[in-house]
Design a binder for this molecule. Structure first.
Ligand SMILES: Cc1ncc(COP(=O)(O)O)c(C=O)c1O
Length: 403
């Protein structure tokens, strides 16, 4: 049986979705950590906090068990309170909602601009007298116009949270994302630039905010769930090429868990060890992602049938989003063709205001996001995707979109 036969087996993909970029050092660090009995407590947490603070240029960093927990910490540390409104983009991962609800605040969904992120105009349209904060998420590693949004918010006395969960290492004019606004976060969770065994980190340039964040007491991580999560990421995500068929079978037998649910805890040493090993390769990771974005642009460009959502200078290039002018029908055809060729690609986010669980958080129609999302497909940019595969993906896109 050749490789061609293997990829025709159901759920066995040549390039699985979001495969973490781990080196032998990541596995070695994991093994050392478990062998030394340092799963929950250990020196790697403080080490990771110090490294990230130095890398991002903040006085300190505070690690917790997820980006959602870091977001909750950011809201608590900046004084967001019960009943306050917090503006977030409707075109985003649903994970940003639970931390807002956890502090008793009210999420308010705002529309996005052509770059699929918040803009000063879409933020302004979502403000009310009860607005207390705006969470600016940089989707796909691509910087949102954070400086302009910050200027608008400063003039109104609003808190800005710089959500760089998807954009670790990205920068705007030499300043790293995560460090704008009053507080910021980065994540080592599922599908992120540094996809580790989980974890999130709060940063801020404001010492007072950092002090407030330190005063929030999260429970320590649990030994068993830390190990289970690390094993799950390793087997189901890192080894996804071979484990996906089993996962699909198990999923059919077991009840589904809400992907956005979380319990805020401090970071486990094991997660910090893995995250640190990923910081060692961050430069190579970013360079590879940017090279893949350049290659997609060279091979696909903007055509009559599609346009590539551009990455601004300094983007961390998490994925390359393509908008198909033939709408949802064309996007679905591209996804199917790519999957048939062994590439597990997906469409992009369905705007939150179009999902029954979140529609009550929108004040009115949010037309840009509603119009854009059906036509979108995300092409992979992980360093684990070889350039040869990028070329095959581009060819398959051309074939599917009929040019
Ligand atoms: C923009 C954004 N913010 C926050 C989060 C939460 O991060 P985590 O998955 O580490 O909890 C995510 C997760 O996908 C995200 O995309």
């Amino acid at each position: 049986m050749g490789a061609g036969d293997i990829i025709r087996l159901p759920y066995v993909y040549r390039v699985p979705l979001c495969r973490p970029f781990w080196s032998g050092r990541t596995y070695a660090a994991l093994a050392r950590c478990i062998g030394a009995g340092r799963v929950v407590y250990g020196p790697d947490i403080a080490r990771l906090e110090a490294r990230l603070a130095a890398f991002l240029g903040t006085p300190a960093a505070i690690a917790c068990n997820s980006g959602r927990a870091a977001l909750e910490l950011a809201l608590r540390a900046t004084g967001v309170d019960a009943g306050d409104e917090v503006v977030v983009p409707t075109f985003c991962c649903a994970s940003i909602i639970p931390p807002i609800l956890a502090v008793g605040a009210v999420p308010v969904l705002a529309d996005v601009g052509a770059g699929l992120t918040l803009t000063p105009e879409t933020v302004e349209a979502a403000l009310s007298s009860r607005t207390r904060a705006v969470v600016v998420a940089h989707l796909f590693g691509n910087p949102a116009p954070i400086e302009a949004i910050e200027a608008l918010c400063r003039a109104r006395g609003l808190v800005v949270v710089d959500d760089a969960a998807q954009a670790l290492g990205a920068e705007v004019e030499g300043r790293r994302l995560g460090t704008f606004g009053d507080a910021g976060i980065v994540s080592f969770g599922n599908g992120k630039v540094c996809f580790g065994t989980g974890g999130g980190v709060l940063v801020s340039r404001e010492r007072a905010v950092l002090e407030q964040a330190r005063a929030v007491r999260f429970a320590p991580p649990a030994f068993a769930s830390t190990l289970t999560r690390a094993a799950g990421v390793t087997v189901w995500r890192r080894w996804r090429r071979w484990s996906l068929p089993l996962q699909v079978a198990l999923r059919r037998m077991l009840p589904a868990e809400a992907a956005t649910a979380y319990a805020g805890r401090s970071m486990a040493n094991l997660d910090a060890t893995v995250a640190s090993s990923l910081l060692d390769t961050l430069d190579a990771n970013l360079a590879a992602r940017r090279a893949r974005v350049d290659e997609y642009r060279a091979l696909l460009g903007d055509e009559v049938s599609w346009g590539l959502v551009p990455h601004a200078a300094g983007s961390a290039c998490l994925t390359q989003v393509v908008s198909f002018h033939g709408g949802e029908h064309a996007a679905l055809a591209v996804v199917k063709t790519l999957r048939d060729h062994g590439y597990e690609v997906d469409r992009s986010y369905r705007p939150l205001h179009l999902q029954s669980a979140y529609e009550r958080h929108a004040r009115g129609a949010l037309p840009n996001a509603a119009r854009a999302w059906p036509s979108l497909v995300e092409l992979p940019c992980e360093p684990t995707v070889r350039m040869e595969d990028v070329r095959r993906i581009a060819e398959a896109v051309r074939a599917a979109a009929g040019t």
